[in-house]
Design a protein around this ligand. Structure first.
Ligand SMILES: *Cc1c(COP(=O)(O)O)cnc(C)c1O
Length: 390
């Protein structure tokens, strides 16, 4: 084995995810965990019961079909038609692939589409698995930096970043962690660039139902996009069952077949009984989705107001579970040091956005808090944080 490092060079520097580190800190200190974005209340009882029923009835206890159970694939296609219209018509047999969460759909897409040396443009701060998946595929990530206070993408800059080596745009809207939601104008401009430069596009839409301001429209529905776009979503955030890991990739049959080729050698299949339950969840009435958004909007405001009162500079998000803040008003500059000390100082865990940037300056003093928690938990966290200012 000589002196060669165990971890290969592609994964060098990826270490432990910040969520594991901060959640361990929450457990060790008993602090309120507003770091990792998982709800502290399970999703609908009817959906939980559907999973129990599937398990008891022996549906999904053995390997389900590779692309996912037909009931779920039909429900996914139905969900796209219901929320995004006929332009997003999908054939459940060829255009839908069920995956082990959105995470596997992202990984399989990168492994399927990228050659070593290819460039992938993605918004920075990145969702943490993007950098790892692009690296595992041997490709190079190229950040399009979203800057406070608006976090709007600079589309002239995007044009400049596209080179002959650019293979793919990996786009996330609503965007974790900044809460930015692409506008109609931005969607149109991005789609035009993708078409002009003949790029593949992978869209991470896991917060499609968590939009407070503006609207969510899948890029795949724009002219010229269908044949180049793989859309990814998941049951985790929409139905508050993040532990079930049921996600999906959607698009033209040839794109989905390529993703399936990689996916079949990662997990092959997963989450058998949960797939049946998620099929039912996707058919919940519109009121479910409206209530989810309204609940989270209230919680966003509760936490954002609390953080403002505690002295943070608050960037109120247009979507997602997260509010990004700046700690500069406290005279502090280092979000990572701040987050490591925060549980001791006041019993709250948050995540430094700085770790999601390649550009160390761009997010150095930004801290992210999750608000997908019970109102009483958010109020208690806000009370604790109010002691910070001194
Ligand atoms: C939570 C999250 C994911 C992962 O989704 P899973 O279905 O849990 O794998 C992917 N992308 C973003 C932006 C997320 O916030």
């Amino acid at each position: 084995m000589s002196g060669r490092p165990l971890l290969n060079r592609r994964l060098d520097g990826l270490g432990t995810t910040i969520f594991a580190e901060m959640s361990a800190l929450a457990t060790a200190t008993g602090a309120i965990n507003l770091g990792q974005g998982f709800p502290d209340t399970d999703g609908p009882e009817s959906v939980r019961e559907a999973a129990v029923r599937a398990l008891r009835d022996g549906r999904g206890n053995q390997y389900p079909p590779g692309p996912g159970v037909p009931e779920l694939r039909a429900a996914i296609a139905g969900h796209q038609r219901r929320f995004y219209g006929q332009v997003h018509e999908l054939d459940p047999d060829t255009d839908v692939l069920v995956t082990a969460g959105a995470t596997e759909a992202i990984a399989a897409s990168m492994l399927a589409f990228l050659e070593p040396g290819d460039e992938v443009i993605a918004f920075e701060p990145f969702y943490d698995s993007y950098a790892a998946c692009v690296a595992m595929a041997g490709a190079k990530r190229v950040p399009l930096t979203l800057r406070a206070p608006s976090f709007r993408p600079d589309l002239d800059r995007l044009r400049d970043l596209i080179t002959p080596r650019t293979r793919l745009l990996l786009l996330n809207s609503p965007h974790n962690p900044t809460g930015m939601v692409l506008t109609a104008e931005e969607r149109t401009a991005i789609a035009a660039l993708a078409v002009e430069h003949d790029l593949l596009v992978v869209t991470d839409e896991v917060y499609e139902h968590v939009v407070f301001d503006g609207d969510h429209v899948p890029l795949a529905t724009l002219p010229g996009m269908r044949e180049r776009t793989v859309a990814i979503s998941s049951a985790g955030k929409t139905f508050s069952f993040t532990g079930w890991k049921v996600g999906w990739a959607m698009g033209d049959a040839r794109l989905v077949a390529a993703v399936r080729t990689a996916k079949q050698f990662l997990t092959y299949v997963s989450s058998g009984p949960f797939q049946y339950a998620v099929a039912e969840a996707l058919r919940l009435p519109d009121a479910y989705f409206a209530t989810l958004t309204a609940d989270l909007r209230r919680r966003r405001d509760l936490l954002a107001d609390g953080l403002g009162a505690a002295g943070f500079q608050v960037y109120r998000p247009a979507g997602t579970y997260f509010v990004t803040t700046d700690i500069a008003p406290f005279g502090e500059r280092d979000a990572y040091a701040f987050c490591r000390a925060l549980p001791e100082r006041c019993g709250v865990v948050a995540v430094p956005n700085s770790v999601f940037y390649d550009d160390p300056e761009a997010g150095r003093s930004q801290v992210r808090f999750a608000f997908c928690k019970r109102d009483d938990v958010l109020k208690e966290a806000a009370d604790r944080l109010r002691t910070l200012g001194g």
